[in-house]
Design a protein around this ligand. Structure first.
Ligand code: ZN
Length: 398
């Protein structure tokens, strides 16, 4: 059986035929093949996408202080981290910030088979102004980290800004990420922000070079500004307040739907299990009355959420589950959670088109699950078999 993530229907084709890295056809007959995986009484779903994983980053960005130290980390930690993501069903990771050139090396090793890892797309270094919040806290006092993780914007010189975008693109990134956030979930104006005019220059130059732009934004009004500057998406989701998305006169929900702008969720911190038990019930009721209706309306009007757990390591398995619990709290159905992890992800321009669905012509990224994920969504994190690009990369069938 397989789960059609478009509408949640269960289909009963007997066989899915894979050739090379692609799904070729479906068949009601048991076809002869070089390799047959028996999925009798199991559920087949597309490989999962986690759209917010800093795949290359060392915890808190402070540990590696030299290329030697990082290469050591790459050899000892990265293979297990990548295996962990595959074991949890993630066949694609979207990386919103990583050490260059190492994150692209990890990406290439996954492509050429030197490393058993999910497919990775990355923005590489993160663009920020020299006095922005990220510029001081991300790497603390670690110069090596800043050099490899951050690209500074020249706010006074548009040509210099264009050059920085050109440099990032020539480094081989799949997208550009710009910090456009003066609040970092505190008050607006708490931190110096990238000027809107500079953001526009960055978007213009990146689009000229055919690369999408994402903004790191947490304040609802700044989401509206970033969309008006032409960005293609966000690695965090806006959180409604008082039944609406912020005080802006422009409705963020309507604007993002009109412009086809997806939101990566990264809402793990709303997980009710992170709230102490005494006040948990109150918290759930408060969220249900103040936040859920606005998000429901956004989804029902065609708003798109893409699952992302905002964590740099598989050591964050709890973060991965927290993200699902947060989405369930926000009244996402099991199907909507599954869609956010599969078919919705291709709405991010930097994600390859060929994933997210089980369909002839798509890439053969699939999971075999022992139970129906529409009954219990957490089963997606414990697949029996993981197939990526037509290859079995995890096999827990006995
Ligand atoms: Zn992040």
């Amino acid at each position: 059986m397989w789960v059609d993530v478009k509408d949640g229907s269960i289909k009963h084709w007997n066989s899915v035929v894979i050739d090379g890295n692609k799904i070729i056809t479906f068949s009601d007959d048991i076809v002869s093949a070089i390799k047959i995986i028996d999925g009798n009484n199991q559920f087949l779903i597309p490989g999962l996408v986690n759209a917010h994983v800093h795949s290359s980053v060392v915890t808190a960005g402070t540990q590696a202080r030299s290329d030697e130290e990082y290469r050591e980390f790459m050899e000892t930690v990265i293979p297990n981290r990548m295996k962990g993501f595959l074991q949890s069903g993630f066949t694609t990771l979207v990386d919103p910030g990583g050490y260059m050139p190492y994150v692209t090396q990890i990406r290439e090793s996954s492509v050429n088979g030197d490393l058993i890892a999910p497919r990775i797309v990355t923005v590489g270094r993160v663009l920020t102004i020299p006095n922005g919040h990220f510029a001081s806290f991300l790497c603390r006092d670690n110069d090596w980290c800043y050099q490899h993780l951050i690209a500074y914007i020249d706010v006074d010189d548009a040509n210099e800004t264009r050059k920085i975008v050109q440099n990032l693109v020539s480094e081989g990134v799949n997208g550009i990420k710009v910090v456009y956030d003066s609040s970092f979930r505190q008050g607006r104006g708490t931190f110096e922000n990238t000027p809107l005019s500079t953001l526009k220059v960055i978007v213009e130059e990146a689009h000229r070079l055919g690369v999408p732009v994402y903004a790191h934004t947490t304040l609802n009004e700044e989401f509206v500004e970033a969309i008006s500057a032409g960005v293609d998406g966000f690695f965090h989701a806006p959180i409604p307040e008082n039944g609406r998305y912020g005080e802006s006169s422009i409705d963020l929900s309507e604007l993002s739907i009109e412009k086809n702008i997806p939101f990566v969720t990264a809402l793990f911190f709303l997980d009710p299990e992170l709230v102490i038990e005494d006040i948990r019930q109150n918290y759930i009721e408060e969220m249900t009355s103040s936040v859920v209706p606005t998000i429901r309306k956004h989804i029902d009007n065609g708003g798109v959420y893409v699952y992302g757990s905002d964590y740099f390591a598989h050591e964050g398995q709890d973060r991965i589950s927290s993200e699902i619990r947060a989405l369930r709290l926000l009244d996402f159905s099991n199907l909507e959670v599954l869609q956010s992890m599969t078919i919705n992800a291709v709405k991010l321009a930097m994600v390859p088109r060929g994933i997210g669905e089980i369909k002839a012509g798509k890439l053969a990224d699939m999971l075999i699950l022992p139970l129906n994920p529409l009954n219990d969504i957490f089963v997606v994190l414990e697949p029996k078999v993981v197939i990526k690009d037509g290859r079995v990369v995890v096999d827990n069938m006995e």
